[in-house]
Design a protein around this ligand. Sequence first.
Ligand code: PHE
Length: 351
Amino acid sequence: MNDLAELIAAAETDFAAAPTPAELENAKARFLGKSGRLTEMLKALGALSIEEKKTRGAEINQAKQRIEALLTARRDALAEAEMNRQLQAEALDVTLPGRQRGGGSLHPVSRTIERIEAIFASMGFDVAEGPEIETDWMSFTALNNPENHPARSMQDTFYVDMKDEQGRWLNLRPHTSPMQVRYARAHAARHAQALAAGQPMPEVRVIAPGRVFRVDSDATHSPMFHQIEGLWLGENVSFKDLKVVFASLVREFFETDDFDVRFRPSFFPFTEPSAEIDISFRSGPLAGRWLEVAGSGQVHPNVVRNFGLDPEQQIGFAFGIGADRFAMLRYGIDDLRLMFDGDLRFLSQFA
Ligand code: PHE
């Protein structure tokens, strides 16, 4: 074996013995580095004759190429080994079951309200939302409640330990009816403009869903529940329109024609005449029972005045739908409290 063959063999052994890329680079330096063995051989060429230089130089270059090829091969081998090691270390067991991400879903009451909103929107109703903490005037006075009316008594209204500008306790609104006042007042300016310009009077047509609060708790009453207020005022809006609107709501919401709607005389200070709206399905599990689902009535002239409108010009109706009631009827839930306990075993059934 000549010295070059020996050198190649030595490089191969050294490279193979290097366990890491860093050590491989050290081994490389011993052969190909500035004072490596091969470099020394090239330096020694200077002492040779031209002829010898040619042959010896060519041989050394061949050896160099061979060593470089060995080096590359070893580098690749080390890189591959490292990659395999990593793959091994981070190996995935693809047969393991996937990690479940708990899918959220809307509460049955939210779904119900969204559904009802969509139905009213299709009948040209705006959707408005307003505060849950109200002034005495908005919750009661503007709605034609006499000062001593029992509806504002401590018995069923929650009061907040804070007073409004009139020095009256703020309340957690016991119904969504204040939204009639807020919405109509906000739009009174629009009406005044139209009137001044001799234009046809724009109508107020709105629903206002939201939470309401009363001191009450049993299977059919919760201290917090949901109503959807409705208000439609125009030049000539009547109970007949209310009946059509309500029948359309029931038909669309419950996806059936097989029901009756009944207006049962009632009393609210802010409507005159007033009626409870009952529905009765002609088939299905609830067939034959009258179910009370809303309060309603023709808006009282005093209330129209509190809207900032003229009761001689604007007439119409208001209603307050029990949103939870609609949800319970749709999903067949018989205890209202289940809806607000936050038990996922119950709620996930509606996902
Ligand atoms: N606010 C009434 C209630 O809470 C319902 C209602 C709304 C009645 C609008 C008439 C008109 O019971």
